[in-house]
Design a protein around this ligand. Structure first.
Ligand code: CMP
Length: 146
């Protein structure tokens, strides 16, 4: 199924390695449908990570995500959600370096919180995250006529 997913290049790397990571993404088979560099408001970060409300890292995570500019990308590909998660590697960059050293988090991430990249974890969250950051009308692939 042709899907879209939401990717973020996070504050730990956006300022120093953002363009280099963008170059790498451009060399993959994902189509970059939308792209912007911006700084989240705290309110946006809190809404973006609503699934993590109540977890011990929620406050640090949301304040950090709103602390500096990030890159946000809408990526399109067959099974994009799973494919982008595989491209990123495991959430924890330390684990990524052990089990998947050629993934983006293994290369660019630091640990389990400063992990360089985000990817949507489900079709529901992909649509929710894309709509939150880009507005209505960007979440679904364009329909092909035949
Ligand atoms: P992300 O894929 O953006 O989804 C939730 C984020 O929370 C995750 O990447 C990490 O940045 C962060 N995170 C997840 N688990 C932990 C944890 N155990 N401790 C600290 N931060 C975490």
């Amino acid at each position: 199924e042709l899907q879209r997913t939401l990717a973020l290049i996070k504050p730990d790397v956006a300022g120093t390695k953002g363009d280099e990571i963008m170059e790498r993404i451009l060399k993959t088979n994902f189509t970059i449908v939308e792209f912007k560099k911006f700084q989240m408001t705290l309110e946006q970060a809190q809404e973006f990570y609503v699934d993590h409300v109540g977890k011990p890292f929620y406050t640090d995570l949301t304040e950090w995500m709103a602390s500096a500019p990030i890159y946000a990308l809408v990526l399109e590909k067959e099974d994009a959600i799973q494919a982008w998660r595989e491209t990123m590697g495991p959430t924890n960059a330390i684990k990524a370096r052990e089990v998947a050293p050629d993934t983006l988090r293994a290369i660019y991430g630091t640990d389990g919180s400063k992990n360089a990249l985000h990817g949507s974890d489900s079709p529901f969250n992909a649509a929710r995250e894309i709509t939150l950051l880009f507005g209505e009308g960007f979440a679904a692939p364009a329909r092909a006529f035949s």
